[in-house]
Design a protein around this ligand. Structure first.
Ligand SMILES: Nc1ncnc2c1ncn2[C@@H]1O[C@H](COP(=O)(O)OP(=O)(O)OP(=O)(O)O)[C@@H](O)[C@H]1O
Ligand SMILES: [Mg+2]
Length: 449
């Protein structure tokens, strides 16, 4: 699904690139740390949420970040993602993204939800592991093309610290060895069952020709016998498993008829995956890692989406749902009912609410400083004060957005830093929301409708 993005992509979203975490120390928010300024209570509350998530005590619950525009709701969600680290899935979508033309909105939500639940799988596999001490590949004529040579078989001498073993393998392994560029001195794994080969790296103890050694991943000579059972641990999401299960059950049809690619995943496929995962968990082969599904601009969700979410929160396999909104009391989309934040009361009832409040002058100034560094904008003290004042009168976001254009103008004038003059100029060029609304009101008659 193209509409959702993963943690790393989410973190790259320019406006929040300066956020590295919640800036907490022993649970207390520092005034200015990890790129975060002020908003102390909200950050500390978010810190508790992060702890609960890490301890697995938040599954099936929800959080609402509520506050006026530009008060750091999205920034705090980014910080939560950073604090959770790479191991915990974090999926971010905007409420309006569920209205895609290809998929039902509940399907978009369902997929996002299942992408935010990780399954850590422990798999024991028999593998041959060792350093390739000697490699002989026998080539033969291609059956249809006498001018081409193809690999027919391979003799691989694998060495560990305590054993040397020579394996003979057929053409498919020989081909894989060639295509993966495996040579003497490489440490490899060969899956005993499937024959799949993994190149682990170059062996540090290899005595032969040492070419290009810097460019490669250096590893030690494996220990123990060549044939061994090894535990592999990897994390996939429920959605990954859904997709795989689906392609297994319906793939051949699209091969034969070029049939339409099934984008929606039928409920029975998901049920099958859930059963499989439960079985793995019971057998001790897998753990469930509930991650986070973050829905920004939650007021764009409609009543159907909300009822889907409240049902989802009840289900056994559910991520932590974080919503953000800047709306006060407003209509629930798709109805005429007014509700706080435009969120139905039964959903609201399940949410822990974190509110964010407007920044004071000092905080705005600190955030502007951080952003100017982040955007490589040089600005003098006086101009920064001026911009801070503008931020207080209009909004933090408006002030942040003025940094780069002001710098462009300064450079055009041959200056290497922004001065008050450029701030004033930019202020005239770009309207803030209040100005543009006023303008619209005054000139309503002349505008297209
Ligand atoms: N406490 C903070 N510390 C550092 N930067 C912040 C802080 N709060 C907000 N910012 C930055 O200010 C800008 C606006 O904040 P953000 O987008 O998070 O607001 P928001 O509450 O999500 O607003 P909206 O309701 O319009 O979505 C962003 O660039 C954000 O990274
Ligand atoms: Mg936001």
């Amino acid at each position: 699904m193209a509409s959702s993005i993963t943690v790393s992509e989410f973190a790259r979203v320019g406006a929040h690139s300066h956020i590295r975490g919640l800036g907490l120390k022993d649970g207390r928010a520092l005034m200015n740390a990890d790129g975060m300024v002020g908003q102390i209570k909200a950050r500390e509350a978010a810190g508790i949420i992060v702890e609960l998530i890490k301890e697995g005590k938040m599954a099936g619950r929800g959080i609402l970040l509520a506050g006026p525009p530009g008060t750091g709701k999205t920034a705090i969600a980014v910080a939560i993602a950073k604090e959770l680290g790479e191991d915990v899935p974090f999926i971010a979508i905007a409420g309006s993204e569920i209205y895609s033309s290809e998929l039902k909105k509940t399907e978009v939500l369902m997929q996002a939800m299942r992408k935010s639940i990780g399954i850590r799988i422990h798999e024991f596999r028999k593998i041959y592991e060792g350093m390739v001490e000697k490699l002989e590949i026998k080539m033969t004529k291609h059956p249809y093309n006498p001018y081409q040579q193809v690999p027919e078989s391979a003799r691989i001498k694998l060495k560990t610290k305590s054993e040397v073993k020579t394996l003979t393998a057929g053409s498919s392994i020989a081909t894989e060895i060639i295509s993966k560029g495996i040579g003497e001195g490489d440490v490899i794994w060969i899956d005993a069952e499937t024959g799949r080969i993994t190149k682990v790296g170059k062996c540090r103890e290899y005595e032969g020709e040492k070419y290009d050694i810097e460019a490669e991943n250096l590893v030690s000579m494996p220990e123990g016998s060549v044939l061994k059972e090894r535990e592999f641990v990897y994390t996939v999401t429920l959605h990954d498993l859904d997709v795989r299960m689906q392609s297994r059950s319906g793939g051949i049809f699209s091969l034969l008829f070029g049939g339409r690619e099934e984008k929606e995943i039928p409920p029975d496929i998901r049920q099958e995956v859930d059963n499989l995962v439960k079985k793995w968990v019971d057998e001790g082969r897998a753990e469930i890692i509930p991650g986070v599904m973050f829905i920004d601009e939650a007021s764009a969700l409609d009543i159907e989406a909300f009822s889907f979410l409240s049902r989802a929160m009840e289900s056994e396999l559910s991520p932590i749902i974080i919503l953000a909104t800047n709306r006060g009391v407003t209509k629930i989309r798709g109805t005429d009912i007014e509700a706080p934040h435009g969120i139905p009361l039964d959903v609201l009832d399940r949410l822990l609410i974190i509110t964010t409040t407007k920044y004071n002058e000092e905080e705005i100034k600190e955030i502007l400083k951080i952003r100017s560094k982040e955007e490589n904008v040089k600005i003098n003290e006086e101009a920064l004060d001026k911009l801070t004042k503008i931020g207080v009168e209009t909004s933090l976001r408006y002030a942040v957005q003025m940094l780069t254009p002001a710098y462009v103008i300064a450079k055009r004038k041959g200056k290497n830093e922004v001065e008050v003059e450029e701030i004033e100029e930019i202020r005239k060029l770009f309207s803030d929301i209040k100005q543009s609304t006023r303008y619209l009101k005054e000139h309503e008659e002349e505008m297209l409708r």
